[in-house]
Design a protein around this ligand. Sequence first.
Ligand code: GLA
Length: 382
Amino acid sequence: MWDRLKVVKRAFLRPLVAGMLTALMPAAAACSDGGEQRTGAGTRPTSSLNAPERAPAKCSTASACTTRQLADSAGVTLGTAVRADLLDEPAYRDTLLKTLNSVTPEYELKWDAIHPGPDTWNFGPVDAIVKFARSHDLRVKGHALVWDQKLVDSTPDWVLRINDPDELRTVVTKHIATTMRRYTTAVDRWDVVNEPLETLGTAMYNNHFRKVLGADYLVEVFKIARAAAPAEQLWLNEAAVEFQPAKAAALVDLVRTSLEKGAPIDGVGLQGHLVGGTVESSSLQQLIADLEALGVTVAITELDVPARDPVPPLEVQADSYRRVFEACLSQRCREVTLWGFTDRHTWIDATLGSGLEPLPFDRNYRAKPALTAIRERLDAQR
Ligand code: GLA
């Protein structure tokens, strides 16, 4: 049933995003080289790295540095969504380790994956990611504790069937406490609520949690998370604000009012799925500044830039990556997480069809101009 629901939701998502692709902005991206992972380039030494602020850079000139070393020496968290089932693929693992210093489980920590039944937990895939991250000094971010949207989400059917507020409160509390506490030494930051606003709109999405727990469910859920994990960073994560100014303003309002109501929000993630192919640096910069002015930390959390076929201009895609890094790093924002790093493995293929090639490495792990753009901006930050 849950699988069928996902299929139905995706069937709606595909034309919706395809429509947005057509409506929004010029095309993006195709291929070339760039950075140390150029086609045919040999393997460079992998640094021993930890969180960026603690990791000494072991290279001097930019061309001698891996992208990961550039990020470390720039004090930037450069992350990726990661999949446990791909960690044994040598090119996937090696490219990740040379390029990125942080991972976010793409599916494995979502409610339907880790807690598929009231008393059924599936910790194995997250444990594997945590073990991999520990062995390679990667940071791990937790995504996402509560997420119910119209088109795609992670709330399992058994939770959607609970209509009694007290019962749902108990279930949410148990889900959050069990998940956060198990990974308390491995994960220092959590997306507590994902996508509270309507995807294409400015209102709070009237999801299951809001319907049952009430209009202030978001404040309540953040308080539940704080009680479960007093020392951890609690984040709100939102989609499609980069190209919808009215939604960006609604997000700032939502964060402000939630903080006023006592929600312990430490940070706000801007997902950065640039379905239109590009974004204005200045408006994204302003949104980041407005959020930072509220006292929260801001990061780009799920960046990818689908390119339009049939001839995706790779330089346009690279420019979009450059603009996003510029908007972030010109403010206090010091993290950009990509939603995957190779076109070989991207959610976009399954959801919107193949050929949109949204990531900085192609299907054969060759670097694209987007990687060069990222490296140049990181180098400028060092
Ligand atoms: C949202 C979620 C991600 C991912 C993408 C693509 O952005 O936050 O976890 O699932 O959608 O489906």
